[in-house]
Design a protein around this ligand. Structure first.
Ligand code: PAF
Length: 282
């Protein structure tokens, strides 16, 4: 049975009891509305540690005023049922006052890896993520914490914060779960019409083609341009970025050949009203 706790004190008491019994603990932070992608993070954690804790907290600090924090989907009963099906041991579901008590005045802000790509489009976002994840890591004291590679920049931001603040936790990146045709699983895929869903496969295909061409020695700039053109031809109305970046700090690579650089291809593109993001290792 997945036990639900709502306070930091209860969370710590349980985690410390497990650790005292030599059981390692994994934390999987989420904002709820759980789907298969989240469950795969829990399953990955279970291959590494004895106990798993999922947190569900819709974090107001990572929403801009025009982004609808109130409309974000919430459904604790369903989330708890799903956690139960994969044998997650504990659900930490704090309320706003437990996370950000009256007078809360501290925030974690970082430069570098948080600034380009998603950070350029949503300047408050990674500060909000860094603040809540740092709190969760301090609250839960896990041995490992698992985040999806689907949100690769978020993963790199969290790795940076954890290193910079000497937080004693191993950050584990979980591979992106994909549909059979290669489209990354995302709750946003539900917004696609059947025609758009069929066209969406152009995204992973264009990425694979771009990676193959830079690996064959093509210039980065040319591969990026070809990728953008392929998405436009498939019906994507706007490409926010189609960039080869340094895999660790996400600094820009190119315009020339990769020359052995450790790279990651990151893409955000609009299909109708839906913004899809994806990334792949090179
Ligand atoms: O990826 C998410 O769901 C959120 O950004 C996270 C990491 C749970 C922080 O609120």
């Amino acid at each position: 049975m997945t036990r639900i706790v709502r306070t930091v004190a209860e969370l710590r008491q349980q985690v410390r009891a497990w650790k005292a019994a030599s059981e390692q603990v994994g934390l999987i932070p989420t904002m709820g509305a759980l789907h298969d992608g989240h469950l795969s993070l829990i399953r990955l954690a279970q291959t590494k540690v004895a106990r798993t804790v999922a947190s569900v907290f819709v974090n107001p600090k990572q929403f801009a005023p025009h982004e609808d924090f109130d409309a974000y989907p919430r459904g604790e009963a369903r989330d708890a049922e799903l956690l139960e099906t994969v044998g997650c041991d504990l659900l930490f579901a704090p309320n706003g006052a437990e996370m950000y008590p009256e007078g809360f005045a501290t925030s974690i802000n970082l430069t570098g890896v948080s600034e380009p790509l998603e950070g350029a489009a949503r300047p408050q976002f990674f500060g909000g993520v860094a603040t809540v994840v740092t709190k969760l890591l301090i609250q839960a004291e896990p041995d490992i914490a698992v985040f999806g590679e689907k949100d690769y920049q978020q993963l790199q931001v969290i790795r940076r914060v954890t290193r910079d603040l000497d937080l004693p936790v191993e950050i584990v990146g979980a591979p992106t779960a994909r549909a059979e045709d290669g489209l990354a699983l995302s709750s946003r895929n539900a917004y696609l019409s059947p025609e758009e869903r069929a066209a969406a496969v152009a995204l992973p295909n264009a990425m694979k083609a771009a990676i193959a061409s830079v690996q064959a020695g093509e210039r980065v700039e040319a591969a990026e341009a070809a990728g953008k053109a392929a998405l436009a031809a498939a019906g994507f109305r706007q490409v926010d970025y189609f960039d080869f970046r340094d895999a660790d700090d996400l600094s820009r690579l190119g315009p020339d050949a990769l020359n052995g650089a450790k790279a990651r291809l990151l893409v955000a593109a609009w299909l109708g009203k839906t913004r899809l993001i994806d990334n792949m290792g090179v």
